[in-house]
Design a protein. Structure first.
Length: 480
């Protein structure tokens, strides 16, 4: 009866019945704790957990899962370490908890601990590991996971396994493998379509993303607000203004979905990057909901990109009113600084970079010729204070990292490979001073906007970040 009340969410009655029991079995304790955790009463669950005369793996796993759901991974890890006999359920709870809270590096490390103890993962742990790979974008680890799944009789016919495998390969840049798995799926749902569309988008294939979204509609799958966010982001990254407006109109008039602030932010970014600053500003002003900092930030970045200082001042003031204590206030101060100060800053930066021109030109030559994998040379990327704006930092969060605008055409050239392919290189990372980043590429590619995308990683299992190096349109000269 107590379990019945727990299932219906009547925790008070269930707790009264629990307290009235003269003798409580271990299963009864676990059921009561599980019910409390399920409905978010974690403090009450912990009190009961501490009162238990004895605990088993189920008790610990339930609490680990509960702490993971509220984001307290430190407490979850502490309980996990106290568990003397760990089974697949406890390993899975901790790994999935790290993934759900965006701590994918920690998830991979825990998997490594499990692997070192000769514990064979099940499909649920592998799905969590694939989600971690998707967040990290680590191609090397993704290849190992794919190989392990293929060689160990995992059932790819199970939807959650095949969908995770497609998503991992797409997010990590192996689009050929992702497309092969996608086409082999017995039934393709909205999630698998969105994974492929997002993969094409992230890796610079905006036209393919649009074609796949149209195919999804033709197969009579109804897109939701998340699907429209994915395709609008793809249009924004690829500069497909007409397609972006077509989908925006389709969302409102065909599918009767109300655009969210994120949808508007995508459209503002799309218009802004295409130079349609006035249209982007008018779109923000026409929003039926209060525009958030993302929309204003995208427009500010576009203003700085296209050197419209008058509109930039107005947009920066709007940002400052929304978030007066954020980094946006630095942008406002930057806009209000004198032209002489900007000139001096630019001279200082260019002088600091000039000594590396020869070396960097050689690396970009190697990159264009597909030789970057064997160069093994570091690349220094200095922040361009005139062009690195908050709008683009916000946009960069879509890549789970940092986005910079690089203007100096002596150093940062458009390097569009004719085949649209990818380049790989050695893995290492060092940050000698706060003024610049020095690293070697783990993977890089160029998208349809001549933006150079770079994955930064240290080892096989530890990706540190993702950077999109966007070439300033004002300096778009063909490089030979």
């Amino acid at each position: 009866m107590m379990v019945g009340y727990l299932n219906f969410g009547d925790l008070l009655t269930a707790k009264c019945l629990f307290d009235e029991m003269p003798v409580k079995s271990l299963a009864t304790w676990n059921a009561m704790i599980k019910g409390l955790v399920r409905f978010g009463e974690l403090k009450s669950a912990r009190i009961l957990f501490d009162e238990m005369p004895e605990r088993n793996k189920v008790s610990f796993t339930t609490m680990i899962d509960g702490y993971a759901k509220v984001g307290d991974m430190a407490a979850a890890r502490l309980l996990f370490d106290k568990l003397s006999e760990k089974d697949l359920f406890s390993w899975s709870a901790l790994i999935s908890g790290y993934v759900q809270n965006g701590k994918s590096n920690e998830a991979v490390k825990v998997f490594g601990e499990m692997w070192a103890m000769n514990v064979k993962p099940d499909e649920f742990i592998m799905v969590s590991l694939m989600s971690a790979c998707s967040q990290l974008g680590c191609l090397e680890l993704a290849r190992w996971v794919d190989s392990y799944i293929s060689n160990n009789s995992f059932d790819l016919g199970r939807p959650h396994v095949s969908a995770a495998l497609v998503d991992m390969n797409a997010k990590c840049g192996n689009m050929e493998r992702a497309n092969f798995l996608f086409e082999k799926m017995p039934k393709r749902d909205l999630i698998s379509f969105c994974s492929m569309i997002q993969g094409f988008s992230i890796h610079g294939h905006g036209v393919q993303a649009v074609a796949l979204f149209d195919r999804m509609i033709n197969e009579e799958l109804r897109p939701d607000d998340v699907a429209f966010t994915v395709i609008l982001t793809a249009c924004m990254r690829a500069g497909l203004v007409e397609d972006g407006f077509r989908y925006f109109d389709l969302m409102i008039n065909e599918y009767c979905l109300s655009p969210s602030p994120d949808h508007y932010a995508c459209m503002v970014d799309l218009l802004g990057k295409s130079g349609k600053l006035k249209a982007a500003y008018e779109l923000i002003k026409s929003m039926p909901v209060e525009p958030h900092a993302g929309a204003w930030g995208a427009l500010l970045g576009a203003c700085k990109l296209h050197c419209d200082t008058d509109l930039a001042e107005e947009v920066a003031l709007q940002l400052f009113e929304l978030e007066p204590h954020s980094a946006d206030s630095d942008i406002l101060r930057e806009i209000e600084s004198s032209e002489e100060m900007e000139r001096l800053e630019t001279q200082e930066i260019e002088a600091r970079m000039e000594k590396d021109v020869g070396e960097l030109d050689e690396i970009y030559r190697s990159a264009r010729e597909g030789e970057l994998e064997t160069t093994g040379q570091p690349v220094c990327i200095y922040e361009n204070y005139n062009e690195a704006g908050v709008g683009h930092l916000h946009h960069g969060s879509l890549y789970r990292g940092l986005s910079l605008i690089l203007e100096n055409e002596k150093l940062f050239h458009p390097c569009q490979p004719e085949d649209g392919g990818h380049w790989s290189a050695l893995n290492s990372w060092v940050m000698p001073t706060p003024s610049f980043l020095e690293f070697m590429f783990s993977r890089m590619f160029v998208d349809s906007l001549n933006c150079l995308h770079v994955n930064l990683s240290t080892t096989f299992d530890c990706l540190l970040g993702f950077i999109a190096l966007e070439v300033n349109p004002c300096a778009q000269k063909s490089w030979r």
